[in-house]
Design a binder for this molecule. Structure first.
Ligand SMILES: C[S@@+](CC[C@H](N)C(=O)[O-])C[C@H]1O[C@@H](n2cnc3c(N)ncnc32)[C@H](O)[C@@H]1O
Length: 224
């Protein structure tokens, strides 16, 4: 077996292990998740999304990547004219909560990239990815697939933990928490020529270690 095959196999094993760890973490957390996020961690994305949703036109098909228990999808639905709302998550227990709370038309337990690969080209009007890119190292594939599945003029709303250029000279960094942070330069470089950045805002994403954690929220529009 060649060295490159071995390296590829090792990468796949590491990715699979990482996904299983995330799945297990959120399966355990699902029961407490919403209460903890909203009352203790002061999670801001549903509120930010409520605000941005007012700017959006009717959205026949929305895919919520890493939907969790559905906090953001439900916030969106309460403000925007959403047709079909699809939720995708690795954790069966988070999805069970999303199902119980309602608001979604379809829910799938799978990796978000694997889901995007199943969506037809130009089939989606809005992609949501709230507080989930923190579990992905590179955003390259998700931006490429996101571009393919969005219709021209479609929207992509996502957040990242905000990394400074000093912290992440190569654009991304894995923090002590195990999660990833991405710099604005990195996101702008990836989306350049494929999306227009309609809005990029730094907010306090949630509380971490007793301090507000800065995050970037992006609203992109797919270029024709
Ligand atoms: C911090 S929670 C955010 C949930 C929801 N988006 C929200 O804003 O309330 C992150 C969610 O992403 C899911 N997740 C992480 N990596 C994923 C992946 N590669 N594919 C699908 N879901 C993933 C986790 O299972 C978890 O439910």
């Amino acid at each position: 077996m060649s060295a490159s095959w071995i390296a590829q196999a090792e990468r796949l094993v590491a990715q699979t292990r990482h996904r299983l760890e995330v799945e297990e973490e959120f399966d355990e957390y699902a029961g407490e998740f919403e209460k903890h996020l909203l009352t203790v961690l002061d999670y801001k994305l549903p509120e930010v999304l409520l605000h941005k949703a007012q700017l959006l036109p009717a959205l026949p098909r929305v895919v919520d990547l890493g939907c969790g228990t559905g906090l953001c999808g439900r916030a969106l639905r309460s403000r925007a004219a959403v047709g079909c709302l699809v939720g995708v998550d690795l954790s069966a227990c988070m999805l069970a909560r999303a199902k119980q709370e309602g608001g979604y038309d379809e829910l799938y337990q799978r990796d978000l990239l694997a889901h995007l690969q199943r969506e037809g080209s130009g089939a989606v009007d809005l992609l949501l990815a709230c507080d989930v890119f923190i579990y992905l190292r590179s955003l390259e594939k998700v931006v490429t697939e996101g571009h393919r599945v969005l219709r021209p003029g479609g929207f992509f709303f996502f957040s990242t933990e905000a990394a400074t250029v000093e912290e992440a000279p190569e654009g991304l960094v894995q923090r002590a928490s195990g999660r990833y942070a991405h710099s604005r330069d990195y996101v702008e470089g990836l989306t350049d020529r494929r999306f227009q950045i309609l809005d990029a805002e730094t907010i306090d994403l949630r509380i971490e270690d007793d301090l507000p954690l800065p995050g970037d929220c992006y609203l992109l529009q797919r270029l024709p």
